[in-house]
Design a protein around this ligand. Structure first.
Ligand code: GLU
Length: 226
């Protein structure tokens, strides 16, 4: 723990960001523990004090309203325990749906919550996992942003990541690293591996008079086709 650094809690739910490819079957399986993630991305320790916790290990297509409620509760807990920002990692297929769900479930949010995934598994040379996590960590430590957003590659190369609006982002390609785009809205900011942040629109921190409040979803609701 370095007192001069902020604290980021990484809540891990599964997906490619935590997967490795089995070269005998060709399938990607989730098998990295949160400790493995820190071993894999040691740069993160230079940016912030990292707490990392496995919340679930599931495919994002299996995420339901009960899981959004669980994530919101865990995020609240981390904030109460002093986290300066939260990173939620999950599979990319419904990552943008989760960011929208959390934006609605977390009222009067005072800290940033960034959804981060990977299009290519962490043990591949072309993996985008490290850069997405590093950019998200820089964005949390270097800005006063306090909303839910998505942090993924902005270009197919490793130039920078985009910070995308929590409620207005879609995954628009199955394998490109820059698959996530703001739809009917604009990218909030660009951030690179070295920690350079550039807001692409004017940003004013949201001030809340009231405390963080959870607005849970009705868990009996059925999600239609995802
Ligand atoms: N269908 C998987 C999921 O969304 C793909 C893995 C991934 O993109 O991270 O969990």
């Amino acid at each position: 723990q370095n007192k001069n650094l902020k604290t980021i809690s990484i809540l891990h739910t599964g997906g490619t960001i935590a997967s490795k490819v089995s070269y005998s079957t060709g399938a990607a399986s989730s098998s990295f523990s949160p400790e493995d993630i820190l071993k894999l991305f040691p740069e993160l320790k230079e940016i912030a004090n990292i707490k990392s916790r496995l919340m679930r290990n599931m495919f994002s297509e299996d995420i339901r309203f009960s899981h959004y409620n669980l994530m919101a509760k865990e995020i609240e807990k981390e904030i109460q325990n002093g986290a300066d920002g939260i990173i939620v990692t999950q599979g990319t297929d419904t990552l943008a749906v989760t960011s929208a769900a959390l934006a609605f479930a977390l009222e009067n949010l005072t800290k940033p919550v960034l959804l981060v995934g990977a299009q290519r598994s962490s043990d591949r040379p072309s993996s985008d996992a490290a850069m997405n996590l590093i950019c998200a960590s820089h964005f949390i430590t270097k800005t006063n942003f306090n909303e839910v957003a998505v942090c993924m590659h902005g270009k197919s190369g490793d130039d920078y990541c985009y910070i995308l609006p929590g409620t207005k982002t879609r995954k628009l390609h199955s394998s490109r690293r820059d698959a996530f785009k703001a739809v009917n809205s604009n990218t909030i900011a660009k951030v690179n591996k070295e920690g350079k942040v550039e807001f692409l629109q004017e940003y004013h921190k949201k001030e809340h008079k009231d405390k963080l409040k959870l607005k849970p979803f009705n868990e009996k609701l059925k999600i239609g086709v995802l």
